[in-house]
Design a protein around this ligand. Structure first.
Ligand SMILES: NC(=O)c1ccc[n+]([C@@H]2O[C@H](COP(=O)([O-])OP(=O)(O)OC[C@H]3O[C@@H](n4cnc5c(N)ncnc54)[C@H](O)[C@@H]3O)[C@@H](O)[C@H]2O)c1
Ligand SMILES: N[C@H](CO)Cc1c[nH]c[nH+]1
Ligand SMILES: [Zn+2]
Length: 418
C-alpha cells in the first residue's frame, strides 16, 4: 500500500525528512563489508573475485571473461525488432551526447598562449547491474557516452545468472556496440577487480555505472585508486502534478520507477486532493510499497520540496510545466509534460539513464561524455608575456616564502631582458 502524507502545514525540510529514503551505501555495515571484499580482491586477485562471486551469486563462472564468439552469437540471435529498438536507442543516445562533448581550446593573451587539451580516458570500466533485474539498456546508457568521448578500451562487468553466464541480451548489446571485453562478475568484488586489476581483469582508469548499495559503496572505496562517477543507486521519481494530470497515467509513472523495487522510491507531490485520491486505488502490488502520495499547498511548495529532495528524476505533469523546468534546481533528469514519461528516457529518448540518486543530484549530474574525459591545461609564454607577468609572480612567490619559485621566473626574465 502507498503511504500518504499531508504536507500542507509542513515546512519543506520537514517533508524531505519524512520522505526518508534508503542510502545504504553510506551505512557503516555496508561499507565495512565492502572494505573487506575490496581488500581481499586487491591482495588475492582472481581467487577472491571468484570466491566472493560464488558466495553472493552462487556460481563460479568459467571462463570469467566471456568469449568473443559468445558475444557474437548473442548478437546474431537478437530478434530483428529488438535489434532495431536497441539500434534506435544507441543512435538517440549517441546524438544526444555528441552535443555535450567538450572540445580542446586555446586563447591568446598578451603574447601567452593558454588552453586546454581535452583527452579521452585510455581505459574505462563499466558496471552493468544484474542482481534483481536485467539491465542491457544500462550498457547502452554508459558505453555510448564513453565511445562518443573517444574511449578506446571499454571493459564491462556484470553479475552472472544462475547458469554462470552473463545475460545474453547484454552480450548482444555489447556486440552491437563493438565491445569485446565482458566479465561475468558482479558486486563489490567486480568493482575491486576493475580498480586494482587481477590476473584476468586488467585494471581500468575509471569505473562508471549504477548498482546496488554494495556496488556503490565499492565505488567509493576504490575512489582515488581509480576515478568513479556519481552514486547511481535505487531509482527515484518525484512527480509534480496538478488537477490537469490524469490519475491513471500518473499512477503508471509512479509504479514504473517503483517497479525496480530494492529501495526504489516514487513520490507524488500534488495540491490536488482529487488527483491523489484518483491515483491511490490504481496502485497495486509490491511497487506500491515504494510510493508516497504527498498533498502540498501549491506547486510552489512542490518545487521547493523537490529541489531539497534532489531526486534522480522529476516529472513535471502540470500546467506551466515548461516554465517550471526553469525552477528545478537539483535533479538527474526532468521530464516535462504529460507526453514525456520517464520510461522514455530509461530506454531510448537520448539522455543517459545513468543518473545520480540518494540526493546526490545536489552536486552531481547525469553520466555523460565529461565522465570519460580529462582536461590538460597548457601555457606557452613569449618574451613579451614573460616580461609582463614575471614581476607579479615573483612578488607573490616571495610573499609566500617560496624563493626558488621567484628565482625560476626571474632567471628567465633576466636572461631574456639582459
Ligand atoms: N540510477 C541509475 O542510473 C540506475 C540505472 C539502472 C539501475 N539502477 C539501480 O541499480 C540497482 C541494481 O541492483 P541489483 O541488486 O539488481 O544489481 P547489482 O548488480 O547492483 O548487484 C548484484 C550484486 O550485489 C552483490 N551482493 C548481493 N548481496 C550481497 C551481500 N549481502 N553482500 C555483498 N554483496 C552482495 C552480488 O555480488 C551481486 O552480484 C537497482 O537499485 C536499480 O534501481 C540505477
Ligand atoms: N529507471 C532506471 C534508472 O533509474 C533505468 C532503467 C533501466 N531499465 C529500466 N529502467
Ligand atoms: Zn526504470
Amino acid at each position: 500500500m502507498a503511504a500518504r502524507l499531508d504536507a500542507r502545514g509542513l515546512d519543506a525540510r520537514e517533508v524531505v525528512r519524512r520522505l526518508r529514503r534508503p542510502r545504504g551505501f553510506l551505512s557503516r555495515e555496508v561499507r565495512a563489508a565492502v572494505r573487506q571484499v575490496v581488500e581481499e580482491v586487491r591482495e588475492r586477485g582472481d581467487e577472491a573475485l571468484l570466491e566472493y562471486g560464488e558466495r553472493f551469486d552462487g556460481v563460479r563462472p568459467d571462463p570469467l571473461r566471456v568469449p568473443r564468439e559468445e558475444i557474437e552469437r548473442a548478437r546474431a540471435a537478437l530478434p530483428g525488432e529488438l535489434a532495431e529498438a536497441f539500434r534506435t536507442a544507441i543512435e538517440n543516445v549517441r546524438r544526444f551526447h555528441e552535443r555535450e562533448l567538450d572540445r580542446s581550446w586555446e586563447l591568446e593573451r598578451g603574447g601567452a598562449r593558454l588552453g586546454q587539451r581535452v583527452r579521452p580516458l585510455r581505459r574505462a570500466g563499466i558496471y552493468v547491474p544484474g542482481g534483481h533485474g536485467a539491465y542491457p539498456s544500462t550498457l547502452v546508457m554508459t558505453a555510448v557516452p564513453a565511445q562518443v568521448a573517444g574511449v578506446e578500451e571499454l571493459c564491462v562487468c556484470t553479475p552472472p545468472g544462475p547458469d554462470g553466464r552473463a545475460n545474453p541480451r547484454l552480450l548482444a548489446v555489447a556486440g552491437l556496440l563493438g565491445i569485446g571485453e565482458v566479465y561475468a562478475a558482479g558486486g563489490a568484488q567486480a568493482v575491486a577487480a576493475m580498480a586494482f586489476g587481477t590476473e584476468s581483469v586488467p585494471r581500468v582508469d575509471k569505473i562508471v555505472g549504477p548498482g546496488n548499495d554494495y556496488v556503490t559503496a565499492a565505488k567509493l572505496e576504490v575512489f582515488g585508486e581509480v576515478g568513479v562517477d556519481a552514486p547511481q543507486g535505487p531509482s527515484e521519481l518525484v512527480v509534480v502534478a496538478d488537477g490537469s494530470a490524469r490519475p491513471e497515467r500518473v499512477a503508471l509513472d509512479l509504479m514504473a520507477q517503483a517497479e525496480h523495487l530494492s529501495g526504489a522510491t516514487s513520490v507524488l507531490l500534488t495540491p490536488s486532493g482529487a488527483l491523489a485520491s484518483g491515483v491511490e486505488p490504481l496502485l497495486s502490488g509490491r511497487p506500491s510499497e515504494h510510493i508516497t502520495l504527498v498533498l502540498v499547498r501549491d506547486l510552489e511548495q512542490a518545487l521547493e520540496i523537490s529541489n531539497l529532495y534532489a531526486p534522480e528524476h522529476v516529472h513535471l505533469n502540470c500546467e506551466g510545466a515548461g516554465a517550471a523546468l526553469e525552477r528545478v534546481e537539483a535533479a538527474g533528469l526532468v521530464a516535462v509534460g504529460d507526453l514525456s514519461p520517464v520510461a522514455l528516457s530509461d530506454y531510448a529518448a537520448g539522455p543517459s539513464h545513468a543518473l545520480p540518486t540518494g540526493g546526490t543530484a545536489r552536486w552531481a549530474s547525469a553520466l555523460g561524455t565529461h565522465d570519460f574525459l580529462t582536461r590538460i591545461n597548457h601555457m606557452r609564454f613569449s618574451r613579451e608575456a614573460l616580461r609582463e607577468l614575471g614581476p607579479h609572480v615573483e612578488r607573490l612567490a616571495r610573499m609566500e616564502g617560496f624563493e626558488n619559485h621567484a628565482a625560476s621566473v626571474a632567471a628567465r626574465r633576466e636572461k631574456e631582458e639582459g
